[in-house]
Ligand binder design. Structure first.
Ligand code: ATP
Ligand code: MG
Length: 742
């Protein structure tokens, strides 16, 4: 009838084809996870180019992350068969930054303006707040920064904030401070992240000639992850899409069930607004999921069905195969075992020929990575932390470690320098310089110099008082160590020195996560008998090179960071009440926060192509104590016919190489927490017993290391063992990374 379809259109279903070939007019593609939304958008991009409807520079394509932008660029280049230049393809902020450089003068900036980071934002805001003579304890700058950011998300410039929005904050001065802050930024030829959007919308609104220029340029607009756009992003899109000639070739793809950024101002209502703002918009629904097996899909659909107020979509499996594995629910006895089950499964899958790049461990929160990182390092499995730092490299963790080092090692000047003004204690740079000189002149270390200069009353004023208080806190911690134990001693030290309070006062979005990381750090200390043993363990863990040569790695990331991605195997640890759903969501009460957590769980499950393993621990350590935990309600909400429960015992065949997934025997356990009892003979040495491990391995002991194989202990040095490995030669490893061979 007509000419044969071009190749790139043949591998699509009819609805997807329609979404691609309906190039003219507004289009909303509303569809569940894995239905090919991103693929449609990418193919649409190529289709427009290949059919000669526009040049590459005439298409505006917005993605949610830089990673997604890169992927889309690559996919378009594959479809086009060549690299394409000059694309307007990127995140909202990246594209706005590029635009703003071209029109900076309209908002009083010059092209070379600076984009300042969070630290500078706060510093600047504090300066601006000074003349208002506010009680900074009551009205912390960080908190006001949060308010200002939310205003910016909503497109509210200082003059638009209005009376209704004029909060009581800062004795009613919030808006004036906001204005002063904006003025100050302009004077510095700088803007913050939120300004990129705010200024551009302002320019597009007030400069018809600029707007017209973009209307002429962008013939087509494509938007991914539309459910997570906030108001200012929506305004920007609407301005660019609504052309004077009435033509709006804007295509947005989204899924209301995957809206997980309301805490950052995202408005899922933008989906409803679209139909109102672009009358006659075509709505396409995609219903076939091509990503996940039937079982995983049914499990995820059953879970999200517990949310109210959904727009309602059908999701059917695209691949008709009933052979897939059920979602595995694995009960571990504690978080160490949870990590070890994951590491063993990763190892087994790798042996069976699966690529590490196709495996991901997805967490609800960043602090959860610690046991997994340690386990993966111990077993020599390469991993990467996507979108974040490794646990022990995070700033707050380094700070806390510095406190501990300064406590145990009076001469550790690097540690002391790091914490002497963290939190800000008002120790002046002159006073510090004098201390350094004094230390070099004979005192030997900064801490000793401080003590001496305090005794001789050479340290006075604010610096003197602050340092006296700091030294008192250290002295007290030293006394506590033998009596109350290292966890309590360190926790009180962090409390007495104001370090914990610093993060409690911090109102930035990252602050709660940092406190959680610190809590996790204190928890981890419980695995060691002494502070020294713990610090040595950390030093060794940090020292392990995560071989750069290996490109294949397991990905560790937060569920937020995994949006839009897919993996063959997905591990989902920590499905317990208070972890996931998070304690914050539970405390908040009501349904909104809980429904957002459930959407997150839906996003998490739908990342999996072939297998999803949900884990929960029966108990977790809270500082020195153990607390039992309740499996997440989300586990119960997955229809039972799509899940298979097992305790650690059912997993135990793993290590010995027996049994694959399909051969795993069903657990005799029903649902609920499973505290596994392992047979004593096969009990491996767990990291939690590390403090005792070395004592049991005198020279001559035959041991096994997951990476280096069998070996014989040559020497013992604290918790470090020197071992002659069959496969690795002589190496020094931590005792708790090896097992005794029987
Ligand atoms: P998410 O909601 O998670 O962002 P999505 O709707 O954007 O998912 P894609 O990532 O585009 O989905 O597609 C999911 C997977 O399905 C991809 O591996 C994609 O290549 C594949 N896929 C999409 N459409 C088809 C099709 N018609 N035939 C075969 N595979 C397809
Ligand atoms: Mg997608």
């Amino acid at each position: 009838l007509s000419s044969p379809l071009p190749d790139y259109l043949t591998r699509l279903n009819p609805e997807q084809r329609k979404a691609i070939e309906t190039t003219e007019g507004p289009l909303l593609i509303l569809a569940g996870a894995g239905t090919g939304k991103t693929r449609v958008l990418t193919t649409r991009f190529a289709h427009i180019l290949l059919t000669g409807r526009a040049y590459p520079r005439q298409i505006l394509a917005v993605t949610f992350t830089n990673k997604a932008a890169k992927e889309m660029r690559e996919r378009v280049e594959v479809l086009m068969g060549e690299p394409v230049e000059g694309l307007w393809l990127g995140t909202f902020h990246a594209i706005c930054a590029r635009m703003l450089r071209r029109h900076a003068e309209y908002v009083g900036l010059q092209t070379g303006f600076n984009i300042i980071d969070t630290d500078d934002q706060i510093r600047l805001l504090k300066q601006v707040m000074e003349p208002f003579r506010l009680d900074t304890k009551r009205w912390p700058a960080n908190q006001l920064m949060g308010i200002i950011q939310r205003w910016k998300d909503r497109g509210l410039t200082p003059d638009r904030v209005g009376v209704a929005e004029n909060t009581d904050f800062a004795n009613g001065h919030a808006v004036s401070i906001y204005k002063a802050y904006q003025d100050r930024l302009i004077a510095l030829n700088a803007c913050d992240f939120g300004d990129l959007m705010l200024h551009m919308v302002e320019i597009l609104r007030s400069q018809p000639s600029v707007l017209e220029q973009y209307h002429r340029m962008f013939r087509y607009i494509l938007v991914d992850e539309y459910q997570d756009t906030n108001t200012i992003q929506y305004m920007w899109l609407r301005l660019l899409a609504k052309r004077a000639d009435g033509v709006s070739n804007i295509a947005c793809v989204g899924d209301d069930d995957q809206s997980i950024y309301s805490w950052r101002g995202a408005e899922v209502e933008n989906i409803l607004r679209f139909e109102r703002d672009f009358p006659g918009a075509e709505i396409v629904r995609l219903e076939r999921n091509y990503r996940s097996t039937e079982q995983i899909l049914a499990a995820a659909s059953g879970l999200i069905a517990h949310n109210d107020g959904r727009l309602g979509k059908t999701l059917r499996p695209g691949k008709e195969d009933a052979s897939g594995e059920k979602v595995r629910i694995i009960g571990a006895s504690d978080s160490e075992e949870e990590a070890s089950v994951v590491a063993k499964t990763v190892e087994r899958l790798r042996r069976e020929g699966h690529s590490l790049a196709e495996m991901a461990i997805l967490m609800r929160a960043g602090f959860q990575t610690r046991p997994f990182e340690e386990r993966l390092l111990a077993t020599g499995i390469p991993y990467r932390i996507v979108g974040g730092l490794r646990f022990y490299e995070r700033a707050e963790i380094r700070d806390c470690l510095a406190y501990m080092r300064a406590l145990t090692q009076v001469s550790d000047d690097l540690a002391f320098e790091r914490i002497v003004n963290t939190p800000k204690r008002g120790v002046g740079s002159v006073a510090l310089q004098k201390l350094r000189l004094h230390a070099m002149a004979g005192a030997g270390s900064l801490q000793k110099a401080v003590k001496e200069r305090l005794e001789t009353k050479d340290l006075k004023g604010k610096s003197g008082l602050a340092l006296q208080a700091l030294m008192d806190a250290f002295a007290e911690a030293k006394e506590r160590l033998p009596v109350e134990g290292h966890i309590v001693a360190v926790e009180k030290l962090l409390e007495d020195t104001g370090y914990l309070q610093m993060w409690r006062d911090d109102r930035s979005v990252e602050a709660p996560g940092r406190l959680e990381n610190i809590r996790e750090l204190l928890r981890a200390m419980g695995d060691f008998a002494t502070l020294e043993a713990f610090l040595e363990h950390v030093a060794l863990v940090m020292d392990v090179e995560n071989e750069a040569s290996e490109t294949e790695r397991v990905s560790l990331m937060t569920i937020h960071g995994a949006k839009g991605l897919e993996f063959d195997t997905v591990f989902l640890p920590g499905w317990e009440e208070g972890v996931f759903p998070s304690q914050r969501a539970l405390d908040e009460g009501g349904n909104n926060a809980l429904e957002e957590e459930r959407r997150l769980a839906y996003v998490a499950l739908t990342r999996a192509r072939l297998r999803a393993l949900v884990l929960h621990a029966a108990r977790r350590r809270i500082f020195a104590n153990w607390q039992s935990s309740i499996p997440s309600r989300f586990i119960d909400e997955i229809p039972s016919r799509y899940v298979q429960h097992s305790g650690y015992r059912a997993e135990h065949g793993y290590g010995a190489g027996r049994g694959g997934f399909s051969q795993q025997r069903d657990s005799v356990f029903a649902s609920g927490p499973v505290v596994a009892q392992r047979p004593a003979a096969a009990r491996p040495v767990r990291p939690s017993q590390g403090a005792l491990a070395a004592a049991r391995m005198p020279p001559g002991t035959s041991v096994f290391h997951a990476k280096f194989g069998e070996g014989v202990v040559l020497a013992v040095d604290g918790e470090r063992l020197e071992i002659n490995f069959e496969n690795g030669g002589v190496r020094r490893v931590m005792a708790n990374f090896v097992e005794i061979c029987s």
